[in-house]
Design a protein around this ligand. Structure first.
Ligand SMILES: Nc1ncnc2c1ncn2[C@@H]1O[C@H](COP(=O)(O)OP(=O)(O)OP(=O)(O)O)[C@@H](O)[C@H]1O
Ligand SMILES: Nc1ccn([C@H]2C[C@H](O)[C@@H](COP(=O)(O)O)O2)c(=O)n1
Length: 230
């Protein structure tokens, strides 16, 4: 019998939430401890945004962006020693460029185009491989893996998210302004939550965790407690 999604018997944990809520950090740690695969769906949107920038495409030209989505090769490679994830866009290592706020804003803009989202659906679902998957994004629990048995929605106050991002960038030696970061985070939240297709929102069956004031290890433990023990 045909199933609506490939590998639908493989367990998936979806972790959705706004920018800076800790999705990437928590997802990577939970996936490593559980021995599951990891999908950073935001990296796909960021990669298309970066490829569009390299090609000098207009972010207001949906047809060009849809073509760019189909044409862009995106490969995730794990360094076998450091276990760091490198992301290749059209065979070029774009890991650092993808993490910039400019790439995040471009990703958020193109993510509002329904055909771009549709073009990335199968690529995301292909990550569902045994023994399991942790998928991080905005619509993992609502659209991409609605049948996932485990769903989490992470939040934190906007002030705390801006402070986390400030510290993250300062640690990397990037000079930033806290008020500017807060404005960027609020603008991205508004665009991601108010778009017509697959807006950022918790799935009805998601467990909500407000991480304001919680350390990373506490959040990881709360999420792991939802999963079957290894
Ligand atoms: N519970 C937490 N307590 C303190 N710092 C945290 C917590 N969770 C994540 N962080 C830190 O906040 C920063 C942002 O986290 P992360 O990149 O995981 O967020 P995100 O939700 O994936 O953001 P984005 O959607 O923009 O990619 C990182 O420096 C991370 O170490
Ligand atoms: N499932 C997803 C993942 C990401 N996006 C868009 C919206 C975000 O602002 C942007 C960057 O994502 P991040 O790397 O910060 O998680 O990409 C989306 O619409 N749906």
């Amino acid at each position: 019998m045909n199933s609506p999604h490939p590998n639908s018997s493989v367990p998936v944990l979806t972790i959705d939430g706004p920018s800076g809520s800790g999705k990437g950090t928590i997802s990577r740690l939970v996936a490593a401890r559980q021995g599951w695969h990891y999908l950073d769906s935001g990296a796909l949107y960021r990669a298309v945004g970066v490829a569009a920038g390299w090609a000098d495409l207009d972010l207001a030209d949906p047809a060009a962006l849809v073509r760019c989505t189909f044409d862009t090769r995106i490969d995730f490679q794990e360094d076998p020693v450091s276990r760091e994830l490198r992301i290749l866009v059209n065979d070029m290592d774009a890991t650092d460029e993808l993490r910039t706020e400019t790439a995040g804003a471009a990703a958020s803009a193109i993510a509002a185009i329904p055909e771009v989202r549709a073009a990335l659906k199968d690529r995301q679902r292909a990550f569902r491989q045994a023994p399991g998957l942790v998928a991080d994004g905005r619509d993992m629990g609502t659209v991409i893996f609605p049948d996932a048995p485990y769903k989490v929605f992470l939040t934190a106050s906007a002030d705390e998210r801006a402070e986390r991002r400030y510290k993250q960038l300062k640690d990397k030696g990037v000079s930033v302004n806290l008020d500017g970061l807060l404005r960027e985070i609020l603008a991205r939240d508004a665009r991601d939550a108010n778009r017509a297709v697959a807006p950022l929102r918790p799935a009805e069956d998601a467990v909500r965790i407000d991480t304001t004031g919680l350390g990373i290890e506490t959040v990881v433990e709360r999420v792991l407690a939802l999963l079957p023990s290894r």
